[in-house]
Design a protein around this ligand. Structure first.
Ligand code: 13P
Length: 253
């Protein structure tokens, strides 16, 4: 059985004081029941702070991005080895905000995926179509292409130690969630694409949905057979909302 996972992507938000308050509330509210996996991905500047605050909590640390290169003369970049050294368990790869605002190509995303795994991090590979692509009927082709590039570079076995997040770009930060049926359709497609290469890997692969997930819509999403959790943006900055999403995941577990 796939254990449900709720991951909070804080994006470029937070300060030491607000991080500490958020984590204190998360820890207090989840101490005695968690039963699902919970990860938080703060900005790189706060990884060390959050790693310290998470000790003994059962909540794991993730990063939002990783360099393609190993340590060296790459001003402003953070290497996979550094993320491990900071206590990271996982790293988000290929988020649409990085693809859109920082020009990350499918090929670069695949390189980062490999770099993360080499260092022992669990990559959370993000895929998803824009509104134009959805309206043009290209959703399946887009997400399959984004996944295929990584499958070609890393091989299907690599997905046994990875997570894939379907985040339709039109649903991110817009309040416009994909319906559970729309999300399920894409999740099923992604799982069946992996199953073409390896049925066991496909059966064990955790597929998260991301895009305006809130406490109010989480249960319906988690009731879908191929939705194994959520990658949560805005609602992960509110401890009560994020805990309520985790509770919905546990109920659906
Ligand atoms: P929102 O939950 O704010 O829509 O963000 C989703 C997301 O991009 C998570 O990575």
């Amino acid at each position: 059985m796939r254990r449900k996972l709720v991951a909070g992507n804080w994006k470029m938000q937070g300060r030491q004081a607000s991080n500490a308050a958020l984590l204190q509330s998360l820890k207090a509210q989840t101490a005695d029941w968690l039963g699902v996996d919970m990860w938080v991905a703060p900005p790189a500047a706060y990884l060390m702070q959050v790693a310290g605050l998470l000790q003994g909590s059962g909540i794991a640390l993730a990063a939002q991005n990783v360099a393609r290169e190993n340590d060296g003369a790459f001003t402003g970049e953070v290497s996979a080895g550094m993320l491990v050294d900071c206590g990271c368990h996982a790293v988000i790869i290929g988020h649409s905000e990085r693809r859109t605002h920082y020009g990350e190509s499918d090929a670069l995303v695949a390189e980062k995926f490999l770099k993360a795994q080499e260092a022992g991090l669990v990559p959370v590979l993000c895929v998803g179509e824009t509104l134009d692509e959805r309206e043009a009927g290209a959703t399946a082709a887009v997400v399959r292409r984004q996944l295929d590039v990584v499958l070609a570079a890393a091989g299907v076995a690599a997905l046994a130690q990875a997570v894939v997040a379907y985040e339709p770009v039109w649903a991110i930060g817009t309040g416009r969630t994909a319906t559970p049926e729309q999300a399920q359709e894409v999740h099923a497609l992604l799982r069946s694409r992996v199953a073409q290469d390896d049925e066991a890997v496909a059966a064990g692969l955790r597929l998260l949905y991301g895009g305006s997930v809130k406490a109010a819509n989480a249960a319906a999403l988690f009731a879908m057979p191929d939705i194994d959790g959520a990658l949560v943006g805005g609602a992960s900055l509110d401890a009560n909302e994020f805990v309520a999403i985790a509770r919905a995941a546990r109920v659906a577990q």
